[in-house]
Design a protein around this ligand. Structure first.
Ligand code: IPM
Ligand code: MN
Length: 351
């Protein structure tokens, strides 16, 4: 457990509460270890996330992260030093982000319901513009030059694309995979993606329909026709951006979960929202994204029945209309009470 900053610890506690309910109900056991890396520890000790901790992380079956980000720490320090470091060092090359509108959740798109919004974004998670390649020259002078280099490797694009094709196969829904990129401008890096996508698809997934959308158009289609999407594969930065748009069409950041996956190693699960520092410790934040991320973790750990129960519990509780508003402080329940609702529902599903 890396509960992290701000509201991270509160929502992580609810995620763990639901895992515990699932373990009791479905008969598996687990152990957790908690690490306090985050803004407060950094401010107190100067330590961000040492390599020795990464070495320890390699021995776990999964990592669960609450949220990272502290108002008194400069942007980038914790994000790069903790979140991106874990993703990169543990080679979590897939960032899996389901975009699903649950029943009973108000959707900002007129005329769209749960039958229209159910797709998954596969975001490449170790390359692109996130690698940190680049730098400054003549910083602070009128001649200042800054570069931030987008790094795509054929290997990285291809493994993301393959994962996405496999997922499309497993979902067995529309059998359709979209590549989202900007091939009309990023004629090098996205050409590599384009060829990887088409060559892999043609050779190994002839039954999966390949679609392409430029990222700007994809933003429009996410709003106008979200039902066109089944699985989307994209690079790191575009995936970051379009999944916030995805979160809002599924009812808000409070519902969007993600998994940073290394299919052959240790994966890390987290809600995609931030640390919301101004709500810290108030019990006002909806923990459902965090709980859904715990569900994804159970799935990855092979506890598929328990994972499905968590997913159904979220669906049932939201569908019941008990929680009228998911906004901070407007739920009519505290963070912990929402955790209780889901935990109770998991137990009753398992009966
Ligand atoms: C996310 C976040 C991170 C990202 C930040 C905090 C580095 O926005 O997980 O989407 O850009 O990947
Ligand atoms: Mn993001």
């Amino acid at each position: 457990m890396l509960p992290g900053d701000g509201i991270g610890p509160e929502v992580s506690a609810e995620a763990l509460k639901v895992v515990e309910a699932a373990a009791d109900t479905f008969g598996f056991s687990y152990e957790t270890e908690t690490y306090d890396f985050g803004g407060d520890r950094y401010l107190a000790t100067g330590e961000i996330l040492p390599d020795s901790a990464i070495e320890e992380f390699r021995d776990y079956h999964a990592i669960y992260l609450g949220a990272i980000g502290h108002p008194d720490v400069a942007p980038g320090v914790l994000e790069k030093g903790i979140l991106l470091k874990v993703r990169f060092d543990l080679d979590q090359y897939i960032n899996l982000r389901p975009i699903k509108l649950y029943p009973g959740v108000p959707c900002p798109l007129v005329g769209k319901g749960p039958e229209h919004i159910d797709f998954v974004v596969v975001r490449e998670n170790t390359e692109g513009i996130y690698t940190g390649a680049g730098g400054f020259q003549y910083k602070g002078t009128p001649q200042e030059v800054s570069t931030q280099i987008h790094v795509t490797t054929r290997f990285g694009a291809e493994r993301a694309v393959r994962y996405a094709f496999d997922l499309t196969q497993r979902r067995n829904r529309m059998k359709q995979l979209h590549l989202v990129a900007k091939t009309n401008v990023l004629t090098f890096v996205h050409d590599t993606w384009w060829r990887a996508f088409n060559e892999v698809g043609e050779a190994d997934y002839p039954d999966i329909k390949r679609e392409y959308a430029h990222v700007d158009a994809a933003c429009m289609w996410f709003v106008k026709n979200p039902e066109w999407f089944d699985v989307v594969v994209t690079d790191n930065q575009l995936g970051d951006i379009i999944t916030d748009l995805g979160a809002v069409i599924q009812g808000g950041m409070g519902l969007a979960a993600s998994g940073n996956l290394n299919p052959d190693g240790v994966s890390m699960f987290e809600p995609i929202h931030g640390s919301a520092p101004r709500y810290t410790g108030q019990g006002k934040i909806n923990p459902l994204a965090a709980i859904a991320a715990a569900g994804m973790m159970l799935d990855q750990l092979g506890e598929t029945v328990a994972a499905e129960a968590v997913e159904s519990a979220i669906t049932n509780v939201l569908g019941s209309g008990k929680i009228k508003d998911l906004g901070a402080g407007r739920m009519g329940y505290t963070t912990s009470e929402v955790g209780d609702l889901i935990a109770t529902e998991v137990k009753s599903i398992g009966k």
